[in-house]
Every structure is written in structure tokens, then in C-alpha cells.
Write a protein that binds this ligand. Structure first.
Ligand code: DCT
Ligand code: MG
Length: 510
């Protein structure tokens, strides 16, 4: 299959080129009698160029200028009336008959590989023989899927993993290049596919699904046809992606640091370990020191052992403290990269001393390989954050904990130990743990926020902002219309305030 941009272009099948003039080449026109024109208005120049290239490679004749020969005008996000008005204002009157169609017709043609029959739902409103206005959800075969992850159920089992893994890799690659727009688009489209209850067997199965753009469809189609996607293979084999993958897996290293190291010519974990002119933070030094342990992931049994250990320590001085495992483990995952523990106490203010006391005990027990305490910066006069990716203001500690092998077995009587046996004869493993302290009245918000998945959280906040005129973060929910904070004792209360059906943690793996 062929792709649209040089980065997308696989090497094996080259589209046939036809020499037209001495100054440029065009693709062979396969479908005679059909001449397309894509309206730039609201579509944008770069998207229009991308789509024109895509269509031409597929054998469609697509004109740059609107001419009499055009038979199909394709518009995006325009009504038929708007298109007509634009044609009139631009003094582009055509003598021949033409149809004004929505972009959905074009994308379906790209999926099918030939010009599909124009149906009523493809036509924009001005067509006399078809009075119904364009409605993207009118497609008969599609089940309604919400564009918000918080209105979908996403269990852990992902039957479309062959596609979502590829989309996630491309999203991650965009993140490494700090290209936020496409990163978000790819994450969202992958998240939509993760919620599907049946496997995608043909490109037509994507019909009516939100947030799956032409680019994603193309990738999915290639995987359907070839079992793999050239562009994804190119990414995973690229020096840039491989180096960033390694660097950002070091505790304390983000994209900015990875970028700096990459520009210095560093590529592997050894390059970092044996360079002594890098000014590493204490967190990064410890991340490197325990790299193999931390990279070997945490099992559910190890996470349970950590929870048990922390609970025992805290309950010694605050018997009514509540310690809850959150993050991926609360969503049912069997492994994670860390253990996220949320801690509170129903008695007002008692939670304030828990973190320092716990850290002291862990220190005395010789279990703290590293810790960093962040004090609370919460200000109750402020409204929730506008940013969907904003960090919260809770008091917390990022820890590397020494977990003894015998504690995992004693706790679970099973074999949950995931440390690679061959590295050395240690009877312990370094595990990443986040302790987060929350006042009891904010506990439900913290629990919802720290349970994730990150994509689910982003969509909850977007939903609150765009659909409800509310602001949600890990501390509070604010109703902008009524100008009040909405209280919540449980996660169910928050969903109810937002007018959403409750989604259980197991179904938040968006
Ligand atoms: N979170 C948050 N604020 C942060 C960090 C995380 O609100 N500063 C949320 C987003 C998801 C959740 O907390 C847990 O974060 P991670 O541990 O990064 O995600 P995870 O789903 O638990 O992933 P993993 O299983 O790999 O640990
Ligand atoms: Mg986690």
C-alpha cells in the first residue's frame, strides 16, 4: 500500500507515475469521469494538501483549481449553503453539474480504494433531491461511540491491540518530538479503539467512530492488509525513538533531558552511566543506580506487599488512616511501573503528619533507597486548574523502596517476585512508590484523579469543561454557571455532578 507523505511512504509498492509535462509528474488517473475538488475553507492548507496527495495516489483526479470539469466538490465542516455562498462570493460559477459532498464520502472512498456510490448522508444540505442535512451519526451501521473516554467503557482486555499498539507508538514518538497536536490525536484515536467490544476486521468497521482521522485509517488499513505498518516499524527502529525510550524510562528523566542527551550524541543507558560530565539530579542518579530493578516492572503481588507494609507503618500512629492502592493496579492491571498509594484520615488535619512520620520509619527500617518530599501547595481560594495535564498540589513523596523478596511471598504465598534472578544474589528489589496525602474532603477527587488512566482523566476534565461548563482537577469540581464548588464524598458523587454514568475503575483503561 502507498502512503501520503515521504515519512509514510513504504518502499515496496511504488504508485505508478505518468509523465504529464516536463516540469511535473502526476499519478495515473484510474477513475475516469470523476473529477474532485477539495475545498480549502475550514479544511486548512496542509490537510488539503495531504488529502489531495492521498487521493491522487489512489488514482483519483483531483484539481487544484475549481474548473468546469469538476464533478464532486468535497468540503469539511461546512454546510452546503456555506459552500454555495463561498462559490458565489468567489465568483466561481460552474456551468456543469456537480455534487457538494461531505469529507466522509472522500474518506470512505480512500478506505474502499475506489469512488463509492454517493448516498444521501454524504450530500450537503443544498441538494434538491436530498433534503436531509449532513449528520455524521446518521450512518445506519454504526453504534454510537462517544468522543469522550469517560462516556465509554474500556476494560483491560484490548481486542484491537494490533492497531492500538501501533497508534500508541506513533503517539509516543510525537511526544518525544514534543509535537503535542498529533500526539493527542493519536492517543485519542487509540483510546476509541480500546473501547470497542469487537475486533476490527475491515476498514468499514471504522465507519461512524469518532476521532479516527484519515491518517489513522490509513495505518489501520495497512495493518489489516499487511499485518504491520511500515511507518511504525520505521519509528521503532529509529535512533531517536530508541534512545528516547531508554532515557525516559530512567526515574526523573523527561523529554527535555532526553533531548539534551540525544543532542550530545548519547544513545544507550551505558552512555549515560559512564559519562561523568552529566550533571544528574539526585533522583536521576538513583534512577540509574536501580535502573534494572525499576525497569523490570512491579507485579500486583509486589504492589500488594508494598501497600501492606505502608499500611502497617501508618496504622501504628494513625489507626483510622485509609491507605488505597490507585493507578493501574486499581484498574486491574497485573503489572505497573510503580505503586501509587493514596493516604487520608477522616479526622480533619490528622493527615498532615503522616508523610514525614512514615518516611522516618521507612528510613529507620533501612528501606529508603531514595525519597523526595514535595510539600502541599494547595490553595483553597483557587479554582481547579484549566489545564487537562496540570499536576496536583498534594503533599507527596516519590520513593525508591527496598522490598524484601520474603515479604512478597509471605504476603501472598505465591510467586509474585519479578526481579530477574540472574542479576545478582540480592534478596531484595528496588520498587518505585508514590505516596500521596490528601485531606479527607478532597479524597474522592484525588482517588478519581490518581486511578487514571491518564487518557480517561484528560477526557473527564475536557468533558467537564466543554460539556458542563465546570472545572475538574484532582482537588475539586467547580460549577462556573452557579459559581460554586460541588462537594463529593465518593467517586460516584463526582460522576453524578457531571451527569455521567458511573464508570468502575476496571473500565477506565482508556
Ligand atoms: N496522575 C496524576 N498526577 C500525577 C501523576 C499521575 O493525577 N502527577 C494520575 C494519572 C494516572 C495515575 O495518576 C497514575 O499515574 P501512573 O502511575 O503514571 O499511571 P498508571 O496508570 O498507574 O501506569 P503504571 O501502571 O505504568 O504505573
Ligand atoms: Mg502507576
Amino acid at each position: 500500500m502507498d502512503l501520503a507523505t515521504p515519512a509514510l511512504m513504504p518502499r515496496k509498492k511504488k504508485p505508478k507515475l505518468v509523465h504529464v509535462t516536463s516540469s511535473f509528474y502526476r499519478y495515473e488517473v484510474k477513475f475516469k469521469g470523476i473529477v474532485l475538488y477539495l475545498l480549502e475553507r475550514k479544511m486548512g492548507t496542509s490537510r488539503r494538501n495531504f488529502l489531495m496527495e492521498l487521493g491522487r495516489k489512489r488514482g483519483f483526479q483531483i484539481e487544484n483549481e475549481l474548473r468546469d470539469s469538476v464533478t464532486h466538490i468535497v468540503a469539511e465542516n461546512n454546510t452546503g449553503i456555506e459552500v454555495l455562498e463561498w462559490l458565489q462570493s468567489a465568483k466561481l460559477t460552474m456551468t456543469n453539474a456537480y455534487q457538494i459532498l461531505d469529507i466522509s464520502w472522500f474518506t470512505e472512498c480512500m478506505g474502499a480504494g475506489y469512488p463509492i456510490q454517493v448516498e444521501c448522508r454524504h450530500r450537503l444540505q443544498v441538494q434538491e433531491d436530498c433534503s436531509a442535512s449532513f449528520n455524521p451519526s446518521a450512518s445506519s451501521s454504526c453504534v454510537h461511540v462517544s468522543p469522550y473516554a469517560c462516556q465509554r467503557l474500556t476494560p483491560l482486555q484490548d481486542i484491537n491491540r494490533i492497531f492500538t499498539d501501533s497508534l500508541d507508538i506513533l503517539a509516543e514518538n510525537y511526544e518525544f518530538w514534543e509535537n503535542k497536536g498529533p500526539m493527542v490525536s493519536f492517543r485519542r484515536s487509540s483510546s476509541v479503539l480500546k473501547s470497542l467490544q469487537s475486533p476490527i476486521g475491515s476498514i468499514n468497521d471504522l465507519e461512524g467512530l469518532p476521532l479516527i482521522g484519515v491518517e489513522m485509517k490509513y495505518i489501520i488499513e495497512e495493518i489489516l492488509e499487511e499485518g504491520k505498518c511500515c511507518r511504525v516499524l520505521e519509528v521503532v527502529n529509529s535512533e531517536h525513538y530508541k534512545a528516547f525510550k531508554v532515557f525516559t524510562s530512567i526515574f526523573g528523566v523527561g523529554v527535555k533531558t532526553a533531548e539534551k542527551w540525544f543532542r550530545m550524541g548519547l544513545r544507550t543507558i551505558e552512555d549515560i552511566k559512564y559519562r561523568n560530565d552529566l550533571r544528574l539530579t539526585s533522583m536521576q542518579k538513583h534512577g540509574l543506580l536501580y535502573y534494572e530493578d525499576i525497569a523490570s516492572y512491579v507485579s500486583k503481588m509486589e504492589a500488594d506487599a508494598v501497600e501492606h507494609l505502608v499500611k502497617n507503618i501508618i496504622c501504628e500512629f494513625v489507626p483510622d488512616a485509609i491507605v488505597t492502592i490507585t493507578g493501574g493496579f486499581r484498574r486491574g492491571k497485573a503489572v505497573g511501573h510503580d505503586v501509587d498509594l493514596l493516604i487520608t484520615c477522616p479526622r480533619i488535619g490528622v493527615e498532615k503528619n503522616i508523610l514525614h512520620n512514615t518516611i522516618n520509619v521507612l528510613k529507620q527500617q533501612g528501606r529508603l533507597l531514595f525519597h523526595d518530599i514535595i510539600e502541599s501547595t494547595f490553595d483553597d481560594t483557587k479554582r481547579p486548574s484549566r489545564s487537562v495535564d496540570a499536576l496536583d498540589h498534594y503533599q507527596k513523596s516519590f520513593i525508591i523502596l527496598k522490598l524484601l523478596k520474603k515479604e512478597v511471598k509471605a504476603e501472598n504465598r505465591g510467586n509474585g517476585w519479578t526481579k530477574p534472578e540472574d542479576t545478582d544474589l540480592r534478596d531484595w528489589k528496588a520498587v518505585r512508590v508514590d505516596l500521596v496525602i490528601t485531606p479527607h474532603e478532597q479524597y474522592a477527587f484525588a482517588l478519581l484523579g490518581w486511578t487514571g488512566s491518564p487518557q480517561f482523566e484528560r477526557d473527564l476534565r475536557r468533558y467537564a469543561t466543554h460539556e458542563k461548563k465546570m472545572m475538574l482537577d484532582n482537588h475539586a469540581l467547580y460549577d462556573k454557571t452557579k459559581q460554586i464548588f460541588l462537594r463529593a464524598r465518593t467517586e460516584e458523587d463526582i460522576f453524578a455532578h457531571l451527569g455521567l454514568d458511573y464508570v468502575a475503575p476496571m473500565d477506565r483503561n482508556a
